[in-house]
Design a binder for this molecule. Structure first.
Ligand code: PMP
Length: 432
């Protein structure tokens, strides 16, 4: 039977995505893969995906495969118990399994929160590519708070206060993300305490996106939930620190007095994704439990990211490219402003044109600052330093380099593509 697959009968009524394109990070990945297929060498610094494998210990109990039943909307109870214990172990946050909701990625949970909560949405820029498109999909206005490079692109408590002062009783959500995608910077404790004070003063609901928390390079990530427990929703998941982006498992931890918001989210969840994939939830229980192998895995992941991030930042800084020193996650946010005139002479006036030229002329795929809410002409970009064989590098760091300092020779041997990308970028800048 041959069905007719083409028809002219459908009117394009694609109005509900409000002119949005596919997510920038996923697009650059597809584009890079396409170029690779055509035979080009591409340095994939676009998509922010963890290079490391899922820890072996976490892969083992995928015995959950036998589970075919739909689980609870908010997540399996043993998993929620494990997440609550994990929060306590890492951050001293006292919470119960009832405070947790599990979803198919924290991205979905952040989206549903925006759907159910009618307050003003405040997002600092630069910020992760998806918060604002999600707001647009649900028809929400975003109040952007620009941050400064001098301040490592972090939200200042004074600015937040200024925004809230005129209408102090307005319901508000602020999305805070640290260690930050796209900048790789993080918040020191005194700044967190000040932000918590402002949040408390105006009864702000804080969504603290700490998905990179365990990838703070120092291993000392501190959650703002410690200082503002009553108003912070802690957002996290397995995608980054456990290398499990494709597993699609995220978690929200609510304070008890925001249970009404959690209930509203569970209603939408029950009418949309139903529950997170059961086998993945079973496997995730182990990831949140206390296992020395997982601590070891994290220790070495951080060592590698710290060494590589600092090395790349230092090389670029010598070339007058400015950026915050990397403190967590696997991102740099270089500013090419020093080259503005030379770039303009080549017809490059925007961050988008800069990234296009880099991709065409060097094969380096990075994302323009505009995708993170920055001005078109600002010459900032996000560089994800993840194009290396994470399994190999982790093995080398854990065994051969266990007691040896990770150095440039190590990076040249095992992260050669990243080294080549910096070399090429330097050459390209020299030729401007
Ligand atoms: N927040 C930030 C800052 C991210 O970078 C990402 C993934 N790129 C997410 C949330 C979503 O992660 P997931 O849906 O995989 O939990």
């Amino acid at each position: 039977m041959s069905g007719v697959r083409k028809s002219n009968h459908f009117v394009n009524l694609n109005l509900n995505v409000r002119g949005l394109n596919q997510s920038a990070t996923l697009l650059i990945n597809e584009r890079s893969n396409e170029l690779i297929k055509q035979g080009s060498t591409v340095y994939k610094l676009g998509l922010g995906q963890s290079p490391f494998p899922v820890p072996e210990r976490v892969q083992e109990p995928c015995g959950g495969m036998h589970t075919k039943r739909i689980t609870f909307v908010r997540g399996l109870m043993p998993l929620r118990e494990a997440v609550a214990a994990f929060n306590f172990r890492h951050q001293g946050i006292e919470c119960s399994p009832e405070d947790i909701i599990v979803g198919p990625g924290s991205k979905e949970l952040i989206f549903i929160l925006q759907l159910v909560y009618y307050g003003e949405l405040i997002i600092p820029t630069p910020s992760w590519v998806s918060y604002s498109p999600q707001a647009r999909i649900v028809g929400r206005h975003v109040t952007w708070v620009p941050t400064d490079e001098e301040n490592d692109w972090r939200l200042s408590p004074e600015k937040l206060d200024l925004i809230c002062r005129n209408d102090p009783d307005r319901p508000r959500v602020v999305i805070l993300n640290y260690p930050s995608n796209p900048t790789g910077s993080t918040y020191p404790v005194p700044r967190l305490k000040k932000l918590a004070e402002v949040a408390r003063k105006y009864n702000i609901i804080l969504v603290s996106d700490e998905i990179y928390g365990l990838l703070d390079h120092s291993g000392n990530h501190v959650s703002i939930a410690q200082f503002y427990p009553e108003g912070t929703i802690l957002s996290s998941g397995l995608s980054k620190w456990a290398g499990a982006g494709g597993w699609r498992l995220g978690t929200f931890t609510f304070p008890e007095n925001l249970r009404w918001l959690q209930d509203a989210m569970a209603i939408v969840a029950s009418e949309t994704f139903t529950s997170t994939s059961a086998p993945i939830q079973y496997a995730a229980i182990t990831a949140f439990q206390d296992h020395p192998e997982i601590d070891e895995y994290l220790h070495h992941s951080r060592r590698i990211l710290k060494t590589l991030g600092n090395y790349m930042a230092d090389r670029l800084k010598v070339k007058h490219i400015t950026m915050p020193s990397p403190k967590g996650a696997f991102y740099l946010f270089p500013n090419f402003n020093y080259y503005r005139e030379k770039l303009a002479a080549k017809g490059i006036l925007t961050s988008f044109e800069l990234c296009e030229a880099l991709l065409q002329e060097t094969g380096i795929a990075i994302l323009p600052g505009i995708d993170f809410g920055r001005q078109t002409e600002e010459l900032t970009c996000r560089m994800a330093y993840v194009d290396f064989d994470g399994e190999l590098v982790l093995n080398k760091a854990m065994i051969e380099y266990r007691d040896k300092k990770l150095d440039e020779a190590f990076l040249r041997l095992y992260c050669s593509k990243m080294m080549k990308a910096v070399d090429l970028l330097e050459e390209w800048l020299d030729q401007l």
